[in-house]
Design a protein around this ligand. Structure first.
Ligand code: ZN
Ligand code: ZN
Length: 178
């Protein structure tokens, strides 16, 4: 959905959109959209500014990624609010220094006649996914020695055998031959 400046000059844009998995591109981000994305909110041109746009709203989606520890599936149900400010690119060219004094608010820039809602949502989703992607808080991960998934069965390997990469590789190989 294109949020057009021309339209915002007339009225505040209200959006209430749903996007099925695949409509937004997450291919390069190592995450998958696992359920419908719903986004509601408004986009408005702020009075007495040189084309500053405010986009506020809320999004809900279920995202998935590979667990950092066990390589299993980690799920992230997101329900997040956003309140974003965008200035036209031309603004940077004119102002030698762009002072960002919006406090907590996030500031971005747009080019041309407006903004793509999909780009905004994609960015907000990626920001909302935790840095540490684990399937659960206490995920025990993969044993570095034998390669077993320690969530499924404890192994008898000694802990703190860091650096034993050969052992881990050997373990994975053994698993594959089963
Ligand atoms: Zn895990
Ligand atoms: Zn082990």
């Amino acid at each position: 959905m294109f949020l057009s400046i021309k339209e915002m000059e007339l009225r505040k844009i209200r959006f209430d959109e749903a996007f099925a998995p695949g409509e937004l591109n997450f291919e390069e981000d190592d995450v998958n959209q696992a359920g419908p994305l719903r986004a509601q909110g408004t986009a408005e041109l702020l009075a007495n500014t040189e084309g500053e746009v405010r986009v506020q709203g809320r999004l809900e989606v279920l995202m998935e990624a590979e667990c950092d520890r066990c390589l299993g599936r980690a799920r992230f149900p997101l329900d997040t609010r956003f309140d974003l400010f965008y200035r036209p690119m031309a603004y940077i060219a004119r102002e030698e220094e762009v002072e960002i004094d919006e406090g907590e608010a996030q500031l971005g820039f747009y080019q041309g006649g407006g903004l793509e809602l999909e780009d905004i949502l994609r960015e907000q989703i990626l920001l909302a996914i935790p840095m540490q992607r684990v399937c659960r808080e206490d995920c025990k991960g993969i044993c570095p020695t034998c390669g077993a998934n320690r969530n499924e069965a404890p192994c008898d390997c000694k802990e703190d055998h860091a650096g034993d990469r050969w052992g881990a590789l050997q373990g994975l190989k053994d698993l594959k031959t089963f």
